[in-house]
Structures are given as structure tokens and as C-alpha cells.
Ligand binder design. Structure first.
Ligand code: NAD
Ligand code: WQD
Length: 340
């Protein structure tokens, strides 16, 4: 029987869409998720899109007994590790929660893998590990630094993975540093569903467009950028999913590997660019006001994508209009489902 790819956090935003790509590429998928930030209904959507239903275990990556049982019952070829908490502001308020979930949770998972002799690991890292850019575009050898517990938890796991790789033969590890994932599945059936007030720009913009929120606050218009608003490298989540497949294939073809790879498009867009693009997709006006800068925000950030292209043969293909079209389709679907 084809062995499984274990996808932790696989009912979440990026994990569920990577599961779609894995299933479409012919992999068997086992999802482990504690549903702290997702709904099991996403399994139905995955099945509707792919015609296949991934195996699902509701549980926590910090549960060592559950992990031991899972690895003994399933033949697992590789682990894609998405499970974690991701809100920067919340991590400042509750640092221990973040270190427990993101760092301790990852260590538990790696211990279970070690015991089961599974040594292929794809980790959801973040461009946040670069801190305030000293130069652009960001290459993978840019110095690493973090300013908040969330970012620090990602950097700590990257360092743990380096130590582990050096300590034992046979590990094949890819730390994928995502830039700003946005968009949704083109069907509109799966997308980002933040609980409460969205922290990130694009879910907020989508909720203003659909009428759930009155207006967006644009955090700062006095940055040293073309229009004064923050510039980011937004990447379509389906391109990101394909990047995971490329990293998995690369790892499986090599005996031993430790990679850190940027997953971005290489192009930066401002907050106002993204608002205009979303207005075109939704044919709605996005009301906004200029607000003070958000503490901790950087002016600009975009990726150097040449390493991903050379090493993994992967590049992102979708532009911002496609990202906004797909996010809008998902937002309309989510609003219709919510309103019965
Ligand atoms: P998400 O919250 O939608 O998905 C994470 C999933 O993990 C959720 O389904 C949640 O229920 C689950 N989970 C959390 N803690 C768990 C635990 N202890 N045990 C089992 N399951 C647990 O987030 P996402 O946007 O899909 O992000 C996935 C990963 O990518 C995260 O590690 C995140 O830090 C990283 N990342 C995200 C972004 C982004 O902007 N979305 C950017 C860079 C990196
Ligand atoms: C984008 C731009 C804001 C909201 C965060 C994390 C990072 C990574 C991705 C996980 C900025 C502006 C935002 C709003 C606004 N996550 N903005 N009004 O800050 O680049 O990155 O998510 O790893 O670690 O820090 O993304 O979407 O929050 O902000 O004006 O209501 O939009 O100031 O310029 P960010 P974002």
C-alpha cells in the first residue's frame, strides 16, 4: 500500500490546500489536527474537490501517546508540519502558549518520528525569521532575527532542526519560509476563515468587501515605499501548496538534506495596491481610513526566489488579481454558508 504523508494542521488554511495538492498528486494523506483553529467540515470540501477523503485523527501534536500509536498504525513516508499558532500579537500576550504549542509540539513530533524511523520533515517556517530586512530582496542567507515570540518560536524550531540534522544521519528536512499567503482554492470551497477580527490584511479586506466589517484601517501611509503604505510579497496559497510538493519530491530524491527555502513571488505590493486589486475582483468599493503604524511592522519585504527555482524547480505563477479573484469567491461562499 502507498505510504502516507502525515499532515499536521491539515484542516487549517495552508495545510488543507496542500492536502488537496498531495491527493491530486496521488499521495495518501493522514491529517492530525486538534481543530483549535479549524473545522472538520473542510474534510468534506477536500473530498468534494479531489474525490478522495484524507484519513483524519483529531488530536494534539503534544500528545506523545497519541503520536506513538499513530506512527505504529500507519506507514508514514514523510511529515508536513503545519500545526501551530500564528497570531503575532497574541504571542506577545501569551508567550508560553506559543512556545508550548509551536516549539514543544514540534519537539514531541520529531521525537515520535525518530522513534518510528521517519526522517523526512517539511516545516512551515516564515519570512518573519528575517526580522527587519537589511537588504531586499531577501535571500536565504540574510541574517536571522525576530522581534516577537511567534517569530522566535519559528526560528527556534529551525535551529532545533539544524541540531537534529547534524546529530544523526538520514534526515531530510526543508524549512519553507512563507512570505504572505493569500487567496483560496479556485473552486471557492476552501479558504482562510479567521476566528474573530482578522489580524491579516487580506481576510480583513475581504470581510469589508462582503459587508461584514465597515472599513479597513490602513496601518501607516508614511513608510519609505512608493505610496507610503507597507509593501509585502503576497503569494497564492495554491502556489504555496505546489512549493510543498516540490520540496517533498526534492527531499525524497535525496539521501540527506537540510534546506531553508523562500516561498514567495519575488514581487512586492503595497496595501493600497491590494485594496485596488480586491476592488476589481469584487466590484465593490473597499472603505478604508489611514491609521497609525502597527507596532512591530516593517516597511517592505519581498523574496529572492532564485534558490527555490534552482533547487526545487518551483516558481509561483499566480498574480495578485488571481489571488483576489479566488479569495473573493471563497468569501462569498463562506458568507452564503454562514447565512444559511
Ligand atoms: P491555521 O491556523 O489555519 O492552521 C493551523 C492548524 O493547526 C489549525 O487547523 C489548528 O487547528 C492546528 N493546530 C494548532 N495547534 C495544534 C496542535 N497543538 N496540535 C494539532 N493541531 C494544531 O494556520 P495556517 O495559516 O494554515 O498556517 C499553517 C502554518 O504555516 C503555521 O505553522 C503558521 O505558523 C505557518 N505560517 C503561516 C503564515 C500565514 O500567514 N498564514 C505565514 C507563515 C507561516
Ligand atoms: C500586511 C500589510 C500591514 C492589516 C504577518 C506576520 C508574519 C506572517 C504573515 C506568519 C502590512 C497592513 C494589515 C490591517 C493594514 N505570518 N495591514 N491593515 O504583517 O506582513 O505578516 O502575517 O508567519 O509573521 O507578521 O501581514 O497581512 O498582517 O499585513 O494596513 O488591518 O497590511 O501594516 O503592511 P504581515 P499582514
Amino acid at each position: 500500500m502507498t505510504p502516507y504523508i502525515l499532515v499536521t494542521g491539515g484542516t487549517g488554511f495552508i495545510g488543507s490546500l496542500t492536502t488537496v495538492s498531495l491527493l491530486e498528486a496521488g499521495h495518501n494523506v493522514l491529517i492530525l489536527d486538534n481543530l483549535s483553529n479549524s473545522s472538520p467540515s473542510v474534510l468534506d470540501a477536500i473530498e468534494k474537490i479531489t474525490g478522495k477523503r484524507p484519513d483524519f485523527i483529531q488530536g494534539d501534536i503534544r500528545d506523545a501517546a497519541l503520536l506513538a500509536d499513530l506512527f505504529s498504525r500507519y506507514s508514514i513516508q514523510a511529515v508536513m508540519h503545519f500545526a501551530g499558532l500564528k497570531a503575532v500579537g497574541e504571542s506577545v500576550q501569551f508567550p508560553l502558549r506559543y512556545y508550548d504549542n509551536n516549539v514543544h509540539g514540534s519537539v514531541q513530533l520529531l521525537q515520535a518520528m525518530q522513534a518510528a524511523n521517519v526522517r523526512t520533515f517539511i516545516f512551515s517556517s516564515s519570512a518573519t525569521v528575517y526580522g527587519d530586512p537589511k537588504f531586499l530582496p531577501l535571500t536565504e542567507d540574510h541574517p536571522l532575527s525576530t522581534t516577537n515570540p511567534y517569530g522566535h518560536s519559528k526560528l527556534m524550531v529551525e535551529e532545533i532542526l539544524q541540531n537534529l540534522y547534524k546529530s544523526e544521519d538520514g534526515w531530510r528536512i526543508a524549512c519553507l519560509r512563507y512570505f504572505n499567503p493569500v487567496g483560496a482554492h479556485p473552486s471557492g470551497l476552501i479558504g482562510e476563515a479567521p476566528q474573530g477580527i482578522p489580524n491579516n490584511l487580506m481576510p480583513y479586506v475581504a470581510q469589508v468587501a462582503v459587508g461584514e466589517r465597515a472599513q479597513l484601517s490602513v496601518f501607516g501611509d508614511d513608510y519609505d515605499t512608493p505610496d507610503g503604505t507597507g509593501v509585502r510579497d503576497y503569494i497564492h496559497v495554491m502556489d504555496l501548496a505546489e512549493g510543498h510538493l516540490a520540496a517533498l519530491n526534492y527531499c525524497l530524491e535525496n539521501d540527506s538534506e537540510l534546506l531553508a527555502v523562500n516561498l514567495g513571488t519575488g514581487t512586492g505590493y503595497s496595501v493600497l495596491d491590494m485594496i485596488s486589486a480586491f476592488e476589481r475582483s469584487s466590484q465593490r468599493r473597499i472603505a478604508y481610513q489611514i491609521a497609525p503604524r502597527r507596532p512591530g511592522d516593517i516597511a517592505s519585504c519581498w523574496a529572492d526566489t532564485s534558490f527555490a527555482r534552482k533547487k526545487l524547480g518551483w516558481t509561483a505563477s499566480s498574480g495578485i488579481q488571481k489571488m483576489c479573484d479566488d479569495a473573493w469567491r471563497w468569501q462569498c461562499h463562506a458568507a452564503a454558508t454562514k447565512n444559511g
